[in-house]
Structure formats: C-alpha cells, structure tokens
Design a protein around this ligand. Sequence first.
Ligand SMILES: [Zn+2]
Length: 303
Amino acid sequence: MSLHLSRRNLLAASALVPLGLHVPAVAAPLGGPYRVGAFTVTPLRDGLFPLEPSMIPAAEGQAGQALLKGAGFPATGPSPEPVNAFLIRRGGRHWLLDAGCGTVLGPGFDRVTAALAAEGVRPDQVETVWLSHLHADHAGGLLTPRRLARFANAELVLQEREVAYWSDAGARASAPAALSPMFETAQAVLAAYPDRIRRVSGEAELAPGVHALPLPGHTPGHMGVLIADGPERLLIWGDIIHSRLLQLPHPDWTVIWDTDPAEAIATRRRILDRAATEDLSVTGMHLAARGRIGRSGAGYVLI
Ligand SMILES: [Zn+2]
C-alpha cells in the first residue's frame, strides 16, 4: 500500500477498530495459533486496512459492487482487511515472518511489538525476520519511529531479487510515483540492518522444515513461506490476496501496488491451483483466517 494514496484510508482505518464496526468473515477476529507439527505459528495483527475498490480497479464495476454488498459492506467499499505478521516458534527458537507497518503508514497500525509481548517474546529474542517482500506494510515494523533497527539481534532474510529491486535507482526512477514512498521505506530498512541482510534465491531452506517459495509479480522477489513437519504443512503466501472477498472469485483482479500485474496474475493462478490440488492449508498477510482452497466456477473459495 502506498503512503500518499492512503491518507484518507488510514484515517478510516484508525476509526474502524474503536467503532467496533460490523465486520463479516473477511476481517474476522484473529485466528490461531496454528500448530504445524512441532511448529507453532501465531498471527500477529498489526492493524486493519480499509481496502477501497479503487485499489483493485476491476472491482469498481458491477461484479465488485455486488460482492461488497453481499458481504454487508457499502457497494463502493471500503472493506476492512487485516495486516498480519507471523511469529513462528519451534523449541526455544523464535522467527518472525514480516513485521507489519510500524509507524510509517500513520496511526492505527504498529501493534506487532505489543502482540509479540503478549506472547512473551521481546524483540531482541527474535533471531531472524523472513520478509515476504519489502512493501511498507510488511517491513515498516522493522524500524523504530526514528528509523533505527527495532530488532536488535535479528538477521533479515529476503530473496536476492527483492533486495536488488528496491536498491536499484533505475527501478525507482521508472516506477509509478505512487511507489516512491515504498522505496523510501525499503531503503531505510536495508540501511538500518547493514550487516544483517541475508539474500536467498529460489526455494531456499530458511530453517529446518521451512522453505522459501518464490511468488513473483506483486514485487520481483515476493515470496511465500512453506512450513512442513511430517505430513503437516502450512503455506503463508504473503500478498497473493489483498481481498479474499474480491480476488478469490476473480484471481485476475490486480492491486495497484503490483510491480508486474501480468506476472502477479499468473503467480496467483498458479499458487491457487497448487493449493487446491494439494489440499494445502494456507494463510496470508491480508487474510483473517487459515483455510484450504476450493475451486468455485472460474475462481476459488477459502474453506
Ligand atoms: Zn501487503
């Protein structure tokens, strides 16, 4: 999400929670923790983001309006969508997958540290932060309000392509103006952890039983994380879906923050098909639940 696009939405975001707005299943209370064999995976809710149809332009038509209305929202939106990070534990080890917005997207977010504390985990106990990608709603929480490293001992692990893209002056110059604040946050994060960036490539092993799964398109190095222990598996798919309500039935509906919309569509279709075929358990940064993917007409549903 983009800083300057979303000022109005951020104000709405901070209003949503205290008002106790009627929130259908799309943004249901936080689930979890989830057990995956010996792993414990705990979603950490950073905040709720009011997604407007203009952020998924195809949803501004009649089909999108009908979906929003059917779910109890105004036909013109917004729908509240979660921003999650995940705490992953096994034995005495603590890993984080993404870190939420921090303070870079304004008020209404930055609850990951408090959610960690509620789990009895201090930031300095996090040994590694795996990053699905470097957008501000995933990496902003790595920074203090003064843009210093919030996690004193953590190594950051990202896809090589992700680091390269956000470090590339040419990419920044040719990106839409809406993405400019994203570059600022991404570069501030890389600068705050100068000797603690580990680049991986492809389906790298991140820890025993945890593998990276490249899912390019939303950003060049966007990745999911597949956690497996024995027969149990959980795919945390990053930003494959920003709106369960709109994009599962319409996998071709893209968000305005995709670096390569065509690749994002192809990747979304590929991973939804795989999840349905393999009966994978999935969750994500903008999903309020864990579930399995079923086919429905030309699209999919979360079961
Ligand atoms: Zn996101």
